[in-house]
Design a protein around this ligand. Sequence first.
Ligand SMILES: [Zn+2]
Length: 326
Amino acid sequence: MEQEPDTDGSLRLTVADIAEKFIEYYWRQALPFGVGGESRLQPLLQNTDQQAAVINHIIAARSQAPGGSIAALRLNTLAWSRLRNRIAGVIRLMPLWKLQTVSGEVPEFLYRQAEFRDDRIRLLPGVPAAFRSFHGLATNLVRGAWVARIQRIPGNREVLGETASLESFLSGTDRASLEPYREILRDHQSARCFYCSSRVSGTGDLDHFIAWSRYPVDLGHNFVFSHSRCNQDKREYLAHPDHLQRWREQNLDSGEELAARFTAARLPHDLERSRQITVWAYGQGELAGAHVWVAGKHVSALGPAWRSVLGVAQLRMAAEEGGGYW
Ligand SMILES: [Zn+2]
């Protein structure tokens, strides 16, 4: 989702790229979990016999990160690359080759083992497109299987207790760490709602422009400041192309100021990743015949209008010419 496939539909991924995603996904899971008093708090076991090596590495790195913040750890280049190298070492040894092992057979449907060189795998043509199309489905399948596996591990029974909150613990986000984004965007938007342009008198909401349920990533340019009411009405919908036009103006046409403020506040942001995720989400929405949110309870069909807003056609031409995207 975050990287452009090659023209033949394949995609080269370094083990370091995969390690970064591992760290992002497992960071939260390295936190102690428990009910019924602090003495029962401990990180959940992710293996039957002993803790998974990835979790142990992350627990160690987390304890040294200021405030337990992944963003803070990233800023410490040495500590971050040490952790990434450790995780990459684990991935090379185990999950990578197990990933496409089914009942002892290895149907190489994701990548060819023989092509693993320069510490890269090459996802076969069609695989990135399939992941893009079925991202929501695949994510839900994996999450469901993950939660079931963790519940089955005997060593977790004591800490799990009431399990209703397990899924949100495993796949949720730490809301407090997002607070600084809200302040910056509130100021940037002159305390006006991104969606309806009228003034926000209360605290207002930080809205994921591409909903968290569609793609779970917290990056600066995917946030907008809005009324709580507008945020709730929008729910998991994509926003109408008129809203997308304003997102483009705020982030792509004049995004340097915002980027500078995110950097100054040490908040993660990556405009190119956010743009890719937005293009992907609207592309999937168009394919699926999605409805988009206009205002209040009003929705309308998406259609292809979003393409000219994001300049997707121009993007391909520019890429063929070897030029920049914008
Ligand atoms: Zn509003």
